[in-house]
Design a protein around this ligand. Structure first.
Ligand code: G3P
Length: 222
């Protein structure tokens, strides 16, 4: 399963990229707004740091505006995936951009039918928002299971399932068990996945024992 970081924060992107963990980045207007400043600088920097797919979202809601913005966003790099909302105009833009060779991520997917339609429009990725479904008492992970089941029946659909709105590490385990293609994670969730209390206790014990050994022979070195 590929791991994308769901952020426009350059510090987090560099931190996790240096660990070799990032296959790509997803952003949206809210994440851009959270960072402040000029989003153009962030977009230019992110597409330079990350070699994999970087989703940059349009803010127009009608077809021609989406096409214009999509093409402008694509100027940041060949790794740019244009993110469009799951609307009739979004799907029309998805079809046009995809047929011009520009990959598209259809976002704000909340049902299996929306995922199926976005796939038919030629999307490279569909982004089902699982956390937001959980928030309203529906099971987000069930949606991933259903989309996976449907896509498996139609192998000619090359669309990848990009699990979005991930809120905690259990979401990641569940998505991986289902065989989702990608999860996009807020930095805080990826950070939590790194840690386990027994790792910390184990390391502290190793180091304490090493100090005991050194007490008898101060010149000892690895
Ligand atoms: O990038 C879209 C998605 O991951 C947003 O997540 O936490 O705002 O529901 P959230």
């Amino acid at each position: 399963m590929k791991i994308f970081l769901d952020t426009a924060n350059l510090e987090s992107i560099k931190k996790f990229n240096d660990m070799g963990l990032l296959d790509g980045i997803t952003t949206n207007p809210s994440l851009m707004s959270k960072e402040g400043g000029n989003p153009k600088d962030a977009m230019a920097e992110i597409t330079k740091i990350i070699k994999g797919d970087v989703s940059l979202e349009v803010v127009s809601t009608e077809y021609s505006g989406m096409m214009e913005e999509g093409k402008r966003l694509r100027e940041y790099g060949d790794n740019v995936v244009v993110k469009v909302p799951m609307t009739p105009d979004g799907l029309k833009a998805c079809k046009s951009l995809s047929s011009e060779g520009i990959p598209v991520n259809v976002t704000l997917i909340f049902s299996p039918n929306q995922a199926l339609l976005a796939a038919k429009s030629g999307a490279r990725y569909v982004s089902p928002f699982i956390g937001r479904l959980d928030d309203i008492g529906q099971n987000g992970i069930n949606l991933i299971q259903e989309i996976k089941e449907i896509f498996k029946n139609y192998p000619h659909l090359k669309t990848q399932i990009l699990v979005a709105s991930v809120r905690h590490p259990i979401h990641v385990v569940d998505a991986a068990k289902i065989g989702a293609d990608v999860v996009t994670l807020p930095p805080a969730v990826l950070d939590k996945m790194l840690h386990h209390p027994l790792t910390k206790i184990g390391l502290d014990n190793f180091l304490a024992d090493w100090e005991k050994l050194k007490a008898g022979n101060p010149n000892i070195k690895i």
